[in-house]
Design a protein. Structure first.
Ligand code: IVH
Length: 677
C-alpha cells in the first residue's frame, strides 16, 4: 500500500514513516549487504520519495536513523571527538610462520590446553571504526583515534550504503539493547581506481592507495562529499562494552551477520595451528583476486573466557595476532627518466627501472609525477629506490635508499623546453605541474584528440591511439574540428587501415557529430579541472557552448562544487583565442549541441517512468525528458501528466496513476512524445 503524503493525519504519517523506514532499511540490506535485491530500483526510489514527502510535511518525524538522513547533515568546521567505552586495541604483528606458531603455542601453554581453536579473518587494509547501535538504531560512529577517543564520523558513516542505520529485526533474534561493533571501512580496488581516474580527469589530487582514499573520505567535514565516495565496510568485532555478547568470536560474527551487519565470508574457525597456517597460505595465494586490499590475516582465540585468562601485553591483547603478508615492495634501480607530455601540456617524468617483480607483476616504469615530487623524494638517476605496488594501484617510488648511493648518481631536472615540440615550458608558482606553453604542441594535440574521441566524450568507435598519432603526424588533423573533414580516401592511406575500417571510422565520426550531447562535448574539450560529472553540471546550468563561453568566473562559481580555481580555469580556457577559434570551427561543422533549447515538446509536463525501457536506461529517459523541457519525477502525484510504463513497472505507480487520473503510456508513445519516433 502506498500513501499520499499530503492527505495523511499526523498520526498516520508517523506510522507510515515508521513503516517506510523499516521497508527501506530492509531493501537497502538486501541490495548492499546481501547483494540480492527483491524490488526494482524504481520501487525503492518511489518508497524513499514517499518518505521524503512525509518528512517534509512533518519535519518532527525525521529521526537520525531515517534512510533519508544518509546524506543530510550540514558540513562542519572540524570533526568532534567521541570516547570509546572500551579501548580499541591494536594487534601484535608477526611476519614469519614460526612467530605465528609461537603465539599459538604460548596460548595453549598459558591456558594449559592441548587445543585452542582460533578464528582466522583477513586483515582488511582500511580504516577502523566503532559503531554504536542503541535499541537497534545507529546512534554514533567514531574512528579509532588513539584507541581511547576517536573522531566523530557519525554523519559520514551514515552515508555508507553497506552500513545499516537500523539493525535487521528477525523473528528469533532480539538485538542487544546496546550494541557496539567494530570494523573496517574500505574501498574496493576497482572502485578506487575509477574514483582516482575521475579525480585525475578533474585535475584533483589523487590518492596513493585505497586505504588513504578511504581514510580521507571518511574524515570529510561535509558528509555529502563522503556520500559520493565508494566506501564499504566489514565488521570484525562485537566490543565488550555491548549490553550482551555471545561467548566467542565465531558466535559474534554469526550474531553480526544475523543482524544484517556485513561480515567477511572468508572468516574461518580453525581447530589447530596447522589448519591456521594452511588457511593463511590459501588466503595469501588468493589475495590478488580479492576485490579489496588485505595486508595479512588476523587470528583470534575463539573463546572469550580464554581472552580473560590470557589478558594483555602492553596495548596488545595476548589472545590475537596479525600475521602480515610479505610486503609488495622491492628495491630496484632507476636507469633513466623520460618525459611524457599530456593533453594539458603537463610534462610528466617517468622513471625507467631495472625490471623487478613485485607481488607477481613485473614493473619496469613508474611515474614520478612532477618536479616537486622528485625534489621532495630527492630522486637521482641511478638511485636505488624502494618501489611499492598496492593492489591495482599504479606502482610508485616510496623512497630512495640513500645508503646505497655510489656517487655516480645524477640529479634530475625536467627540461627547459618541451621534448615533443621544443616549445617553451613554464611552471606557474603554486602549481606542481610544469607545462609546455606551445598551443600547437603535437603531443598535446594527440592526447587531446584521444580524449575527445574517448568513451565519456564523443565516443568515436575505431579512433584508436595509433590512428590518432598518425593523423597528427601526417598533418591530417591539427585540431579537433579537422576530424569531421576526414575522408575515406585520406584514412585509407594510414597504416593498417583497410577501406572498410576507413568507411566505418568516417561513419562513426558522423554519428558522433549527430549525437553528441552538450555534456560530452564539454568533457571532450579537455578543459582543465572539468571531469565528466562537472561537465554535466555545466551543461545543465548553461544551455550551449556559447552560453558557457560567455560565463564569467564569478557566475561559474554559482555552480555546486565549482570553486575559484576551477571557475577561473574554465573562464580562461574560453578566453583563449585558439580555443575560441576551435569552438567556431566545430560550430561550422554542425557541432553545437544544446541542453535546454533542443526541444520544448514536453515543456511544463511532469513525467514518471516506471519499469525498464528497451531503448534507453531510466537515467537517459530522465535526461531526454529534461532535454525537451519536461520535468522527470519518480513518484506519481496529482501533478503527474504521464506515467510511462516499461517492463516490470512498480504496481504502486499504476494504482497512483489511476487514482490521480494520470495518463498511462507505453514506450512507443513516449518516444513519439520525445520526437524520437
Ligand atoms: S581485530 C584486539 N580484525 O588491524 C583486536 N582488526 O592492529 C583488534 N584490522 O586497528 C583488531 N582487519 O583496523 C581485527 N579482521 C580484523 C581486522 C583488523 C583489519 C585492523 C584494525 C586494527 C588493526 C589491528
Amino acid at each position: 500500500m502506498t500513501s499520499d503524503a499530503d492527505q495523511l493525519t499526523g498520526r498516520e504519517a508517523e506510522q507510515r514513516a515508521e513503516k517506510l523506514r523499516d521497508i527501506l532499511e530492509y531493501h537497502n540490506y538486501r541490495y548492499y549487504v546481501l547483494d540480492d535485491p527483491e524490488i526494482s530500483d524504481a520501487e525503492y526510489d518511489r518508497l524513499k520519495a514517499e518518505l521524503i514527502r512525509i518528512e517534509e510535511r512533518f519535519p518532527g518525524l525525521i529521526t537520525p536513523d531515517s534512510p533519508t538522513q544518509r546524506v543530510g547533515a550540514e558540513p562542519r568546521d572540524e570533526l568532534g571527538t567521541l570516547p570509546h567505552e572500551a579501548p580499541m586495541l591494536s594487534l601484535l604483528a608477526v611476519q614469519e610462520e614460526g612467530d605465528f606458531r609461537h603465539f599459538h603455542t604460548t596460548c595453549c601453554n598459558e591456558l594449559d590446553e592441548q587445543r585452542v581453536a582460533l578464528v582466522g579473518e583477513p586483515k582488511f587494509d582500511g580504516v577502523s571504526v566503532e559503531l554504536v547501535y542503541d535499541g537497534g538504531a545507529l546512534t554514533s560512529a567514531a574512528t579509532r583515534g588513539d584507541g581511547r577517543t576517536g573522531e566523530d564520523v557519525t554523519d559520514n558513516v551514515k552515508t555508507i550504503n553497506e552500513v545499516l542505520l537500523r539493525l535487521q529485526p528477525s523473528a528469533d533474534l532480539t538485538p542487544p539493547k546496546h550494541l557496539v561493533v567494530r570494523g573496517e571501512v574500505y574501498m574496493e580496488k576497482a572502485e578506487f581506481a575509477a574514483f582516482n581516474r575521475g579525480r585525475e580527469e578533474a585535475g584533483e589530487k589523487t590518492f596513493a592507495n585505497p586505504r588513504n582514499a578511504a581514510a580521507g573520505s571518511l574524515r570529510q567535514l561535509d558528509p555529502a562529499v563522503t556520500a559520493r565516495r565508494p566506501l564499504r565496510v566489514f565488521f570484525w568485532e562485537v566490543a565488550p562494552s555491548s549490553s550482551e555478547r555471545p561467548g566467542s568470536q565465531w558466535e559474534c560474527l554469526e550474531l553480526m551477520k544475523a543482524l544484517g551487519l556485513k561480515i567477511n565470508p572468508r572468516a574461518r574457525r580453525l581447530e589447530s595451528a596447522d589448519e591456521a597456517v594452511a588457511w593463511y597460505e590459501q588466503t595469501l595465494a588468493e589475495r590478488e583476486e580479492l576485490p579489496y586490499e588485505i595486508d595479512g590475516c588476523v587470528f583470534k582465540v575463539d573463546r572469550f573466557d580464554y581472552h580473560e585468562r590470557l589478558g594483555m601485553r602492553a596495548a596488545n591483547p595476548r589472545w590475537a595476532v596479525a600475521w602480515k603478508f610479505p610486503p609488495r615492495q622491492e628495491t630496484t634501480r632507476i636507469r633513466s627518466i623520460e618525459v611524457q607530455v599530456g593533453r594539458t601540456g603537463a610534462l610528466t617524468p617517468v622513471a625507467r627501472l631495472e625490471p623487478v617483480r613485485i607481488g607477481g607483476v613485473e614493473v619496469s616504469r613508474v611515474s614520478l609525477h612532477n618536479q616537486d615530487e622528485i625534489d621532495r623524494k630527492d630522486i637521482h638517476i641511478g638511485d636505488t629506490v624502494l618501489v611499492e605496488r598496492a593492489g591495482d594501484v599504479i606502482p610508485h617510488v616510496v623512497r630512495v635508499i640513500v645508503d646505497l648511493r655510489t656517487g655516480e648518481e645524477r640529479p634530475y631536472h625536467l627540461p627547459d623546453s618541451c621534448p615533443a615540440c621544443g616549445g617553451e615550458v613554464s611552471k606557474p608558482p603554486g602549481e606542481a605541474a610544469t607545462r609546455c606553453t606551445n598551443a600547437a604542441c603535437p603531443a598535446q594535440l594527440k592526447e587531446g584528440i584521444k580524449h575527445f574521441g574517448s568513451k565519456g566524450a564523443l565516443d568515436i568507435d575505431g579512433l584508436g591511439d595509433k590512428i590518432v598519432e598518425q593523423l597528427v603526424e601526417r598533418g591530417l588533423v591539427s585540431d579537433h574540428a579537422d576530424l569531421f573533414d576526414l575522408t575515406v580516401e585520406e584514412l585509407k592511406g594510414l597504416d593498417r587501415m583497410a577501406e572498410k575500417s576507413a568507411e566505418n571510422l568516417v561513419a562513426a565520426i558522423r554519428s558522433a557529430r549527430e549525437n553528441v550531447t552538450l555534456q560530452r562535448l564539454i568533457f571532450g574539450l579537455g578543459i582543465p579541472h572539468v571531469g565528466a560529472a562537472l561537465a554535466g553540471d555545466l551543461a545543465a546550468a548553461h544551455g550551449s557552448i556559447d552560453e558557457l563561453a560567455a560565463a564569467e568566473a564569478d557566475e561559474l562559481q554559482g555552480i555546486e562544487g565549482v570553486g575559484e580555481t576551477v571557475a577561473g580555469a574554465i573562464a580562461d580556457w574560453f578566453h583563449n583565442e585558439k580555443n575560441r577559434q576551435l569552438m567556431s570551427r566545430l560550430k561550422e561543422r554542425g557541432i553545437d549541441p544544446t541542453s535546454r533549447s533542443r526541444g520544448q515538446r514536453l515543456a511544463g509536463l511532469t513525467i514518471v517512468v516506471s519499469g525498464a525501457l528497451d531503448s534507453m536506461s531510466r537515467q537517459e529517459a530522465r535526461e531526454a525528458v529534461r532535454a525537451q523541457g519536461g520535468n522527470p519525477t519518480s513518484s506519481v502525484s496529482s501533478n503527474t501528466d504521464y506515467l510511462v510504463v516499461g517492463a516490470n513497472p512498480g504496481a504502486g505507480k499504476r494504482q497512483a496513476a489511476e487514482k490521480h487520473g494520470t495518463t498511462v503510456i507505453d514506450e512507443a508513445k513516449f518516444l513519439e512524445l520525445l520526437g524520437l519516433q
